[in-house]
Design a protein around this ligand. Structure first.
Ligand SMILES: [Zn+2]
Length: 269
Protein backbone atom coordinates (compact mmCIF):
# COMPACT_ATOMS: atom_id res chain seq x y z
CA UNK A 1 0.00 0.00 0.00
CA UNK A 2 1.25 3.51 -0.86
CA UNK A 3 1.69 5.66 2.27
CA UNK A 4 -0.68 8.62 2.35
CA UNK A 5 1.28 11.83 2.86
CA UNK A 6 -0.18 15.30 3.08
CA UNK A 7 0.25 17.14 -0.21
CA UNK A 8 0.64 14.00 -2.31
CA UNK A 9 -1.58 13.33 -5.31
CA UNK A 10 -3.28 10.42 -3.47
CA UNK A 11 -4.06 12.73 -0.56
CA UNK A 12 -5.54 15.36 -2.89
CA UNK A 13 -7.68 12.71 -4.54
CA UNK A 14 -8.91 11.43 -1.19
CA UNK A 15 -9.87 14.93 0.01
CA UNK A 16 -11.61 15.65 -3.26
CA UNK A 17 -13.48 12.35 -3.02
CA UNK A 18 -14.64 12.83 0.52
CA UNK A 19 -15.28 16.55 0.02
CA UNK A 20 -14.66 17.10 3.69
CA UNK A 21 -15.83 20.31 5.25
CA UNK A 22 -15.06 21.63 8.70
CA UNK A 23 -17.56 23.62 10.72
CA UNK A 24 -17.79 25.15 14.17
CA UNK A 25 -20.97 24.19 15.93
CA UNK A 26 -22.73 25.12 19.12
CA UNK A 27 -22.48 22.29 21.71
CA UNK A 28 -26.25 21.81 21.83
CA UNK A 29 -27.03 22.16 18.15
CA UNK A 30 -24.90 20.34 15.66
CA UNK A 31 -25.45 18.06 12.74
CA UNK A 32 -24.91 14.35 12.61
CA UNK A 33 -25.39 11.77 9.90
CA UNK A 34 -28.87 10.26 9.97
CA UNK A 35 -29.12 7.20 12.15
CA UNK A 36 -26.21 8.12 14.41
CA UNK A 37 -26.89 9.04 18.01
CA UNK A 38 -26.11 12.68 18.76
CA UNK A 39 -23.88 13.51 21.71
CA UNK A 40 -22.78 16.96 22.87
CA UNK A 41 -19.42 17.78 21.34
CA UNK A 42 -18.64 21.04 23.10
CA UNK A 43 -17.24 24.01 21.27
CA UNK A 44 -14.80 22.93 18.66
CA UNK A 45 -14.26 21.64 15.19
CA UNK A 46 -16.50 18.96 13.79
CA UNK A 47 -15.93 17.28 10.48
CA UNK A 48 -18.88 16.26 8.35
CA UNK A 49 -18.88 14.76 4.90
CA UNK A 50 -20.90 16.43 2.21
CA UNK A 51 -23.54 14.22 0.72
CA UNK A 52 -24.61 12.68 4.03
CA UNK A 53 -28.06 13.61 5.32
CA UNK A 54 -27.49 15.76 8.37
CA UNK A 55 -30.08 17.29 10.66
CA UNK A 56 -30.41 19.11 13.93
CA UNK A 57 -29.96 17.68 17.39
CA UNK A 58 -30.99 18.99 20.77
CA UNK A 59 -32.09 17.90 24.24
CA UNK A 60 -35.47 16.32 23.56
CA UNK A 61 -38.33 18.09 25.32
CA UNK A 62 -40.12 14.77 25.81
CA UNK A 63 -37.48 12.24 26.95
CA UNK A 64 -34.71 14.59 28.10
CA UNK A 65 -32.02 12.77 26.07
CA UNK A 66 -29.72 14.67 23.76
CA UNK A 67 -30.93 13.28 20.45
CA UNK A 68 -30.90 13.62 16.72
CA UNK A 69 -34.12 15.29 15.52
CA UNK A 70 -35.73 14.31 12.23
CA UNK A 71 -37.80 16.88 10.36
CA UNK A 72 -41.14 15.14 9.71
CA UNK A 73 -43.37 17.51 7.84
CA UNK A 74 -44.11 20.80 6.23
CA UNK A 75 -43.56 24.02 8.17
CA UNK A 76 -46.40 24.51 10.65
CA UNK A 77 -45.71 28.22 10.95
CA UNK A 78 -44.16 30.37 8.27
CA UNK A 79 -45.09 33.97 8.86
CA UNK A 80 -43.88 37.53 8.97
CA UNK A 81 -42.65 38.53 12.42
CA UNK A 82 -41.20 42.03 12.76
CA UNK A 83 -38.03 43.91 11.93
CA UNK A 84 -37.85 42.39 8.45
CA UNK A 85 -37.81 38.95 10.07
CA UNK A 86 -39.94 35.88 9.59
CA UNK A 87 -40.68 33.01 11.94
CA UNK A 88 -40.54 29.48 10.65
CA UNK A 89 -41.46 26.48 12.79
CA UNK A 90 -41.41 22.83 11.93
CA UNK A 91 -42.32 19.49 13.55
CA UNK A 92 -39.41 17.17 14.39
CA UNK A 93 -39.42 13.60 15.72
CA UNK A 94 -36.92 12.61 18.41
CA UNK A 95 -34.91 9.59 17.23
CA UNK A 96 -34.70 8.33 20.81
CA UNK A 97 -38.35 8.41 21.98
CA UNK A 98 -40.20 9.35 18.76
CA UNK A 99 -41.79 12.26 20.68
CA UNK A 100 -42.89 15.34 18.77
CA UNK A 101 -40.77 18.47 19.19
CA UNK A 102 -41.12 21.84 17.47
CA UNK A 103 -38.03 23.58 16.15
CA UNK A 104 -38.10 27.15 14.96
CA UNK A 105 -36.00 30.05 13.78
CA UNK A 106 -36.27 33.77 12.99
CA UNK A 107 -35.04 34.21 9.46
CA UNK A 108 -34.61 37.14 7.11
CA UNK A 109 -36.41 35.40 4.27
CA UNK A 110 -38.68 32.37 4.15
CA UNK A 111 -37.48 29.32 2.22
CA UNK A 112 -39.35 28.10 -0.86
CA UNK A 113 -42.04 25.42 -0.63
CA UNK A 114 -42.61 25.51 3.13
CA UNK A 115 -45.69 23.30 2.63
CA UNK A 116 -43.55 20.45 1.31
CA UNK A 117 -42.00 17.95 3.72
CA UNK A 118 -38.97 17.26 1.55
CA UNK A 119 -38.31 20.98 1.07
CA UNK A 120 -38.34 21.53 4.82
CA UNK A 121 -36.07 18.51 5.36
CA UNK A 122 -33.61 20.08 2.95
CA UNK A 123 -34.01 23.48 4.60
CA UNK A 124 -33.13 22.19 8.08
CA UNK A 125 -30.16 20.49 6.50
CA UNK A 126 -28.55 23.91 6.08
CA UNK A 127 -30.11 25.81 8.97
CA UNK A 128 -30.33 24.86 12.64
CA UNK A 129 -33.45 25.84 14.59
CA UNK A 130 -32.79 28.73 17.00
CA UNK A 131 -35.17 27.35 19.59
CA UNK A 132 -37.07 24.19 20.54
CA UNK A 133 -40.38 23.42 22.24
CA UNK A 134 -41.24 21.97 24.63
CA UNK A 135 -38.47 22.50 27.15
CA UNK A 136 -37.59 19.34 29.02
CA UNK A 137 -38.77 19.53 32.63
CA UNK A 138 -36.55 17.58 34.98
CA UNK A 139 -37.82 16.29 38.31
CA UNK A 140 -35.87 14.01 40.61
CA UNK A 141 -36.42 10.55 42.09
CA UNK A 142 -36.00 10.01 45.81
CA UNK A 143 -36.59 6.27 46.28
CA UNK A 144 -35.90 6.24 50.05
CA UNK A 145 -37.81 9.42 50.89
CA UNK A 146 -41.51 9.28 51.90
CA UNK A 147 -43.77 10.30 49.04
CA UNK A 148 -45.20 13.40 50.75
CA UNK A 149 -41.63 14.75 51.13
CA UNK A 150 -40.24 13.39 47.83
CA UNK A 151 -42.94 15.00 45.65
CA UNK A 152 -42.30 18.61 46.73
CA UNK A 153 -38.53 17.95 46.62
CA UNK A 154 -38.86 16.73 43.03
CA UNK A 155 -40.96 19.79 42.25
CA UNK A 156 -38.14 22.05 43.50
CA UNK A 157 -35.95 20.49 40.77
CA UNK A 158 -38.74 20.91 38.24
CA UNK A 159 -38.91 24.62 39.13
CA UNK A 160 -35.13 24.86 38.63
CA UNK A 161 -35.33 23.31 35.17
CA UNK A 162 -37.74 26.01 33.97
CA UNK A 163 -35.77 28.83 35.66
CA UNK A 164 -38.47 29.39 38.31
CA UNK A 165 -35.83 30.22 40.93
CA UNK A 166 -38.03 31.83 43.58
CA UNK A 167 -40.42 28.86 43.45
CA UNK A 168 -37.48 26.43 43.70
CA UNK A 169 -36.17 28.16 46.84
CA UNK A 170 -39.63 28.39 48.42
CA UNK A 171 -40.28 24.72 47.70
CA UNK A 172 -36.89 23.71 49.18
CA UNK A 173 -37.73 25.67 52.33
CA UNK A 174 -41.08 23.88 52.58
CA UNK A 175 -39.33 20.53 52.11
CA UNK A 176 -37.11 21.20 55.16
CA UNK A 177 -40.26 21.92 57.16
CA UNK A 178 -41.88 18.74 55.81
CA UNK A 179 -38.82 16.70 56.88
CA UNK A 180 -39.14 18.06 60.42
CA UNK A 181 -42.87 17.28 60.58
CA UNK A 182 -42.31 13.80 59.14
CA UNK A 183 -40.00 13.16 62.07
CA UNK A 184 -42.47 14.28 64.72
CA UNK A 185 -41.26 17.86 65.06
CA UNK A 186 -44.26 20.03 64.37
CA UNK A 187 -44.19 22.83 66.91
CA UNK A 188 -42.46 26.20 66.72
CA UNK A 189 -41.17 28.08 63.71
CA UNK A 190 -38.78 26.62 61.16
CA UNK A 191 -35.75 27.93 63.07
CA UNK A 192 -36.78 25.91 66.13
CA UNK A 193 -37.71 22.88 64.04
CA UNK A 194 -34.24 22.77 62.46
CA UNK A 195 -32.56 23.02 65.87
CA UNK A 196 -34.88 20.26 67.13
CA UNK A 197 -33.89 18.00 64.21
CA UNK A 198 -30.27 18.49 65.21
CA UNK A 199 -31.15 17.94 68.88
CA UNK A 200 -32.78 14.60 68.01
CA UNK A 201 -29.68 13.51 66.10
CA UNK A 202 -31.50 13.50 62.74
CA UNK A 203 -29.01 15.88 61.14
CA UNK A 204 -25.38 16.67 61.93
CA UNK A 205 -23.92 20.12 62.60
CA UNK A 206 -23.16 20.78 58.94
CA UNK A 207 -26.66 19.75 57.85
CA UNK A 208 -28.09 22.03 60.54
CA UNK A 209 -26.18 24.99 59.10
CA UNK A 210 -27.35 23.93 55.65
CA UNK A 211 -30.99 23.83 56.73
CA UNK A 212 -30.71 27.25 58.38
CA UNK A 213 -29.21 28.68 55.18
CA UNK A 214 -32.13 27.36 53.14
CA UNK A 215 -34.53 28.77 55.75
CA UNK A 216 -32.85 32.19 55.59
CA UNK A 217 -32.96 32.23 51.79
CA UNK A 218 -36.62 31.36 51.62
CA UNK A 219 -37.71 33.37 54.65
CA UNK A 220 -38.37 36.70 52.97
CA UNK A 221 -40.33 35.13 50.13
CA UNK A 222 -42.28 32.89 52.49
CA UNK A 223 -43.53 36.07 54.15
CA UNK A 224 -44.42 37.87 50.94
CA UNK A 225 -41.24 39.91 50.52
CA UNK A 226 -39.86 39.55 47.01
CA UNK A 227 -37.74 42.73 46.98
CA UNK A 228 -34.42 40.85 46.85
CA UNK A 229 -33.83 39.10 43.55
CA UNK A 230 -32.49 35.56 43.41
CA UNK A 231 -30.58 34.02 40.54
CA UNK A 232 -29.84 30.54 39.25
CA UNK A 233 -26.73 30.17 41.45
CA UNK A 234 -28.79 30.94 44.58
CA UNK A 235 -31.53 28.50 43.63
CA UNK A 236 -29.10 25.78 42.56
CA UNK A 237 -27.22 26.09 45.86
CA UNK A 238 -30.42 25.90 47.89
CA UNK A 239 -31.79 22.89 45.98
CA UNK A 240 -28.41 21.12 46.22
CA UNK A 241 -28.40 21.57 49.98
CA UNK A 242 -32.04 20.43 50.16
CA UNK A 243 -30.84 17.20 48.54
CA UNK A 244 -28.06 17.00 51.12
CA UNK A 245 -30.60 17.16 53.96
CA UNK A 246 -32.74 14.44 52.33
CA UNK A 247 -29.66 12.28 51.91
CA UNK A 248 -28.67 12.78 55.53
CA UNK A 249 -32.12 12.07 56.97
CA UNK A 250 -33.45 9.34 54.64
CA UNK A 251 -31.18 8.05 51.90
CA UNK A 252 -27.91 7.40 53.79
CA UNK A 253 -29.64 5.50 56.66
CA UNK A 254 -31.62 3.43 54.11
CA UNK A 255 -28.44 2.57 52.19
CA UNK A 256 -26.68 1.60 55.41
CA UNK A 257 -29.64 -0.58 56.41
CA UNK A 258 -29.50 -2.40 53.07
CA UNK A 259 -25.77 -2.99 53.54
CA UNK A 260 -26.33 -4.33 57.08
CA UNK A 261 -29.12 -6.61 55.83
CA UNK A 262 -26.77 -7.96 53.15
CA UNK A 263 -24.05 -8.55 55.77
CA UNK A 264 -26.55 -10.36 58.04
CA UNK A 265 -27.72 -12.51 55.14
CA UNK A 266 -24.11 -13.56 54.49
CA UNK A 267 -23.62 -14.54 58.13
CA UNK A 268 -26.66 -16.78 58.18
CA UNK A 269 -25.97 -18.26 54.74
ZN1 LIG B 1 -37.01 12.10 22.95
Amino acid sequence: MVPLTVGSKAYGTLVATLRVRVSVKHPKIHRLPTGKRAEPLGWGLKITTLGETCMAATTCGRCGKYSHMTSIGPAVTAEYASGAAHIIENPFRCDNCHGLNIGGARVLSLPMNTAREDAMGAYWHSQDPDYWHPQFVQGQDYPDVPDHVARPASEAHTCMSVSAYMSAILMARSVIEAVAKDNGIDSGNLFKKIDAMHGKGLINEFAKKTAHTIRTFGNDMAHGDFAVEVDSADAKGVVTFMDYILREVYQAPAELQRLQDAADARKTA
